[in-house]
Design a binder for this molecule. Structure first.
Ligand code: CA2
Length: 142
């Protein structure tokens, strides 16, 4: 099982500010957590982070025929990006959307997700554990 994990804009700043919302652990701790979770689940993961919408579209397109699943936290692009939605629909790779925080109990503008329209499942508010749950879901439903 080959899974591409995509993290969107500003997630590389994790741990630096807003610990009350996103926790106090760093982005490199998140990457380590994802790698350890994948190892436990016997899945192969590739990690990608970008602050640029077009780069995220490019990496989704290049996943076609290569990866069996995608885990994506599109960060702020969740709420704005039809381009990322269209790329996920184009490749039709089983996708799980993850958010560290519970976007449904935050500001109204965070309560709508374009990406949810292409995801098989959305996991919110579980912090780092949400990524492990997403990987496990893809492994169980391959
Ligand atoms: O809860 C999530 O995982 C989000 O996808 C995180 C995004 C936010 O725009 C989404 O609405 C929900 C924000 C990414 C990280 O933002 C930071 C802000 C300040 C300090 C560190 C990270």
């Amino acid at each position: 099982m080959k899974i591409l994990v995509i993290n969107g804009p500003n997630l590389n700043m994790l741990g630096i500010r807003e610990p009350g919302i996103y926790g106090d652990r760093s982005f490199s701790a998140l990457e380590e957590f994802i790698r350890a979770s994948a190892k436990e689940l016997e899945a192969e993961v590739s990690l990608f982070q970008s602050n640029h919408e077009g780069e995220i579209v490019d990496v989704i397109q290049s996943a076609y025929g290569v990866f069996d699943g995608i885990v994506i936290n599109p960060a702020a692009y969740t709420h704005t990006s039809v381009a990322i939605l269209d790329a996920l629909k184009a490749v039709a790779i089983p996708t799980v959307e993850v958010h560290l925080s519970d976007i449904n109990s935050r500001e109204e503008f965070r309560q709508h997700s374009f990406v949810s329209l292409a995801a098989q499942k959305t996991i919110c508010g579980l912090g780092f554990d949400g990524y492990k749950e997403a990987l496990a879901y893809l492994c169980e439903n391959k």
